[in-house]
Design a protein around this ligand. Structure first.
Ligand code: NAD
Length: 462
């Protein structure tokens, strides 16, 4: 394991934080603009790195990574002044004269650990929030997207303030060694298993943290919607990034009256989007590594593919696959799939689907296709998830005005837009009092008469 002295950069960051350099709004703005410049000037290098890592297409990279991040930066620049505003709070009569307020202050030096599946987005979106909030930051990209990790490391070194922001590349051992260090805040994106380890490490230094984890996100399809549109949107959201998306629909619950029709439209959508042989599509990525490929092959071998089901271990290819005959007890329903396998389960009554969802762990996202506002309200009320999207998928995570995060085993804390700024700041209260008057009433000894009068005052004026 690496020793403390292997991270000399941390000392530099701590010193910068102590000197208060990163608190200044002009510093925050300059770093956000520099990050934007990096994303614009190095767009092609970033796209090439993601293609090399798992054959992600430049269009998907722009839509889900660089384009999204540029929007997030613009949003932060636009709202930064108001987010940083000091809030005045009125003072009860008994505490007057005085002046009270609170403000958002940076934690100090924060650690951001990213996952590989959206390797730029999951490192830089938290960094935007951390910088907007005035922190110094260490970014640890995932070792499983090694080309992208390199572009991030080189890019941030050249574009951002080295005194305050650094990238430390490496695998599990580096991550563990970093977690031994004392940071002021931890922001982790990844699996539930590693999330537990991160929380354990945080406890040692009592470090506050956010965990952005995964889980099984359900999608319910009611019979009263345009099934062709629903099918196209579901297929798009599931097979984007070859299903390696934390908020992808993990499985579909569909009213059995329209199951056949939905399946037919889904099949058509797969051919429309990726051609008769998706392996030849330049828009269809690969599975990131052998472990994940083997895991998906094992799930496939225990399932009945209605469509797809083809794999190729030479290039970690798994075809867009729809599974039928799945029940809540099937192996594929026991953990997050995180790949291009889509189980479809038919229900006779919406209540059955809701009960199935309620009995499982709380998901990161829940999707519903229904034209009926009463059904929409019922599903939102009778379920719990990090976010909900009705009649579409994934976009709840793209709007900078909406907080993004999990609940229960899908994580805790949120970011994007102001939620990200708030996550990386704490509210610091400041009370200014006058030295006078200084009545004897507040000080002991509390005689019976004095205590009675005090009680009266506190009850009436606080
Ligand atoms: P992972 O948990 O294996 O790794 C994430 C990061 O943790 C990597 O940087 C890795 O180096 C580090 N790490 C690995 N082992 C560690 C250890 N023992 N101690 C400390 N750090 C360690 O996750 P992954 O495979 O990169 O990502 C897939 C998972 O992430 C899925 O479950 C997915 O749902 C989830 N995810 C969640 C979100 C979200 O926003 N909620 C986004 C993307 C992915």
């Amino acid at each position: 394991m690496q020793k403390d002295q292997d991270f000399p950069q941390l000392e530099v960051l701590r010193e910068t934080s102590e000197r208060g350099i990163t608190r200044d709004i002009s510093w925050r703005r300059s770093q956000l603009l520099a990050l934007e410049t990096f994303l614009i000037e190095r767009e092609q290098d970033i796209a090439a790195a993601l293609y090399d890592d798992f054959r992600k297409s430049p269009a998907e990279t722009f839509l889900t990574e660089t384009g999204y991040l540029r929007g997030e930066i613009r949003f932060a620049l636009k709202h930064l002044t108001s987010w940083m505003k000091t809030h005045r709070v009125s003072i009860p009569l008994i505490y007057q004269p005085g002046h009270s307020s609170y403000r958002s202050e940076p934690y100090g030096v924060v650690l951001i650990i990213g996952a590989w599946n959206y390797p730029i987005n999951l490192c830089l979106a938290p960094l935007i929030s951390a910088v907007a909030a005035g922190n110094c930051a260490v970014v640890k990209p995932s070792e499983h997207a090694r080309h992208t990790s390199k572009v991030i490391a080189e890019g941030l070194y050249h574009y951002l303030d080295k005194r305050a922001i650094c990238v430390i590349e490496g695998g599990v051992e580096t991550s563990k060694a970093l977690l031994e260090e004392h940071f002021d805040y931890l922001f982790f994106t990844g699996s539930q298993t590693i999330g537990r380890e991160v929380m354990h490490a945080a406890a040692k230094h009592l470090t506050p943290l956010t965990l952005e984890l995964g889980g099984k996100c359900p999608c319910i399809v009611e019979p009263d919607v345009d099934l062709r549109v629903a099918a196209r949107r579901i297929v798009w959201a599931k097979f984007l990034n070859a299903g390696q998306t934390c908020i992808a629909p993990d499985y579909v619950f569909v009213d059995k009256k329209v199951e056949g029709e939905l399946l037919r439209y889904m099949g058509e959508a797969i051919t429309d989007f990726y051609g008769a042989d998706p392996r030849l599509s330049s828009d269809y990525p690969r599975i990131v590594n052998e472990n994940n490929f083997n895991r998906l092959e094992k799930l496939l071998s225990a399932s009945l593919p209605l469509r797809g089901g083809i794999t190729d271990s030479h290039e970690y290819y798994v075809a867009p696959t729809i599974l039928k005959g799945v029940t809540l007890q099937s192996e594929v329903m026991q953990a997050e799939i995180f790949g291009p396998l889509l189980p479809v389960i038919a229900y006779g009554d919406l209540g059955e689907a809701l009960e199935g969802i309620q009995r499982g762990p709380k998901p990161l996202a829940l999707y519903l296709f229904s034209a009926d506002p009463k059904v929409q309200e019922r599903v939102v009320r009778q379920s719990c998830s990090g976010g909900v999207c009705i009649n579409d998928l994934l976009f709840q995570a793209s709007l900078p005005g909406l907080p993004f995060g999990g609940i229960g085993s899908s994580g805790f804390g949120a970011y994007h837009g102001q939620a990200g700024f708030d996550t990386f700041s704490f509210k610091r209260s400041v009370l200014k009092r006058s030295l006078y008057p200084d009545p004897d009433l507040r000080y002991p000894p509390y005689t019976g008469k004095k205590f009675g009068f005090l009680k009266h005052l506190v009850t009436l004026f606080s």
